[in-house]
Design a protein around this ligand. Structure first.
Ligand code: ADP
Ligand code: ADP
Length: 218
């Protein structure tokens, strides 16, 4: 489970995230919906300890990210600007992440298989297509077999096959009882992916309800 409590991020010009409170429950895909600039990435970066809240807190499995001993075994994330070292191969990237999380070589092979990246494991990051980088990002997120998955705008720029692959993956992981948060600015995509929606605008919570109820009300 993810718990967001009065989470706030202020910048000089105002607040990117303004007193957000919601929980993300296991066993269903939760869509994190809002237009570009609404504060989705900033919220996710605070969940992952990549940005410091101005106020409030975000807990993953009951703890702040910084308190997780082997974070990748608790939460896996696909971030928008995934930082791949350009000359590192796909396998080397996973090894680098695995090392500090006590994850073995065998699991690296499994996630490469699972994401269709086995044949490309020896390719350097800079030679991978966007779709393959996205698959590698998913492989990294799955590496620690985490209970919580956070995917930030995962279908941006993907071809139709990639979009459907991500959608089915999110649903399968939620079906296994995991907590899955997928952000998007596209209602059409969220309607096909998410069972529940957390809707934000200008950093504020606008709605927290089932996708069905949201669609019925609009
Ligand atoms: P989203 O992911 O929903 O597109 P973001 O979280 O990226 O939204 O951005 C929310 C708002 O915060 C935007 O108005 C953005 O310009 C602003 N913002 C993000 N990062 C910074 C920063 N480092 N300094 C100032 N403003 C920022
Ligand atoms: P560095 O010291 O190089 O910043 P980190 O271990 O802090 O290394 O993180 C490296 C990168 O791994 C982050 O910038 C982010 O893109 C990615 N990352 C962080 N947390 C997760 C996670 N839970 N799942 C997948 N990738 C993550």
């Amino acid at each position: 489970m993810i718990e967001v409590e009065n989470l706030t991020k202020r910048y000089r010009g105002g607040a990117a995230v303004d007193d957000l409170t919601f929980t993300v429950e296991p066993g269903r895909v939760t869509g994190f919906l809002g237009p570009n600039g609404a504060g989705k990435s900033t919220t996710i970066r605070m969940m992952l300890g990549l940005a410091r809240p101005s106020a409030g807190r975000a807990l993953i499995g009951g703890r702040p990210y910084a308190a997780l001993a082997r974070p990748l075994t608790v939460v896996g994330a696909l971030l928008e600007a995934g930082d791949l070292h350009p000359t590192r191969t796909a396998r080397e990237h996973l090894r680098w992440l695995a090392r500090s999380n006590g994850i073995g070589e065998r699991r690296i092979g499994e996630v490469l298989e699972e994401t269709g990246m086995a044949a490309a494991a020896g390719k350097r990051a800079r030679t991978l297509s966007l779709g393959m980088r996205q698959r590698l990002g998913v492989a990294a997120a799955l590496l620690g077999d985490p209970e919580v998955l956070i995917l930030d705008e995962p279908v941006n720029g993907l071809d139709p096959e990639g979009v459907i692959w991500i959608r089915n993956l999110a649903k399968r992981l939620a079906g296994e009882g995991r907590t899955v948060l997928v952000s998007s600015h596209l209602m059409s995509e969220m309607a096909l992916t998410a069972a529940h929606l957390v809707v934000i605008g200008r950093g504020r919570l606008l709605a927290d309800l089932s996708t069905e109820a949201f669609v019925a009300a609009h």
